[in-house]
Design a protein. Structure first.
Length: 280
């Protein structure tokens, strides 16, 4: 957004809700405070586009999640008793709205400026139109909202490999604060998980001990909130970690000529001491 007025937020969800509310009062308060019909029509069109974009995004994100779940089952499950169905083609897409030009917030801002400049604007109408300071700060274009554990019904796992040890860092959502987490590991790459630890800690270490002759491997971890034997959440997404054997330190071998020189030097240095002992 080229210009960030005080009543708009850095949150897309908040701004779309603000636009829906503002648009809904154009036929009444818009007319009352002198917003031209042409501008009110543009706001109506832009709002249809915003609603359609939001609806399409929701449908597509849901469909994408279905395809990802299916992919994970096909690629990482050990076996299935029957073929796994692919997600059905979605038929609930809304009709496409007419095209509009960017920036889509421009007609809203223009209408808001007209209303705010009207000396007869009441405090009640100003609050109804939400022409008050928005919550939150503007974020830069392309900013990706950080995902937090509170958004998910499973623990978030992250791995760091260093000095022959895998360190699993666990992040819990507030509602699971202090709950135990069962962490499992698949070291064979066959989708067969075995328990690694049941813990309430925020970090877990797993020493890298590969079989003789094996230099590298891929281990897979997953976690779930539990209370005794009761599962409290979904399993976390699989966390894939590449591990490697620590190389054995190479001891340098002294060359024969160098070793002979060292022996000769030791012999020469020892002679005066031996003579001194004999003289006594």
């Amino acid at each position: 957004m080229p210009f960030q007025p005080f009543y708009l937020s850095g949150s897309e969800e908040v701004n779309i809700d603000w636009c829906n509310n503002f648009h809904s009062y154009m036929a009444t308060l818009g007319v009352k405070y002198g917003v031209p019909e042409e501008l009110r029509t543009r706001i109506l069109t832009c709002n249809k586009v915003l609603v359609s974009i939001n609806d399409y995004e929701t449908i597509l994100m849901t469909w994408l999640a279905e395809w990802r779940d299916t992919k994970n089952m096909l690629m990482y499950e050990a076996s299935s008793p029957s073929p796994i169905d692919l997600p059905a083609i979605r038929e609930d897409f809304p009709a496409l709205p007419p095209p509009v030009v960017a920036n889509i917030f421009t007609p809203y801002i223009q209408a808001a400026n007209i209303i705010l400049a009207n000396p007869d604007l009441t405090e009640a109408d100003r609050n109804t139109l939400r022409l008050v300071k928005a919550q939150g700060k503007p974020v830069p274009p392309g900013h990706k909202k950080r995902e937090t554990a509170e958004q998910f019904n499973y623990p978030l796992l992250k791995a760091v490999v260093k000095n022959g040890v895998v360190t699993i860092k666990v992040t819990r959502g507030n509602r699971f604060r202090g709950k135990s987490i069962l962490i499992q590991v698949d070291r064979l790459g066959q989708g067969v998980f075995v328990p690694l630890i049941n813990t309430s800690a925020v970090e877990v270490t797993d020493a890298i001990n590969l079989p003789s002759g094996v230099q590298t491997a891929s281990w897979t971890y997953r976690g779930i909130y539990i209370d005794g034997n009761t599962q409290l959440s979904d399993w976390s997404p699989n966390l894939y970690v590449s591990v490697a054997s620590e190389p054995m330190p190479i001891q340098p071998e002294a060359s024969p000529n160098l070793q002979d020189a060292v022996n000769n030097l030791n012999t020469v240095n020892a002679t005066p001491q031996m003579n001194a002992v004999a003289a006594e």
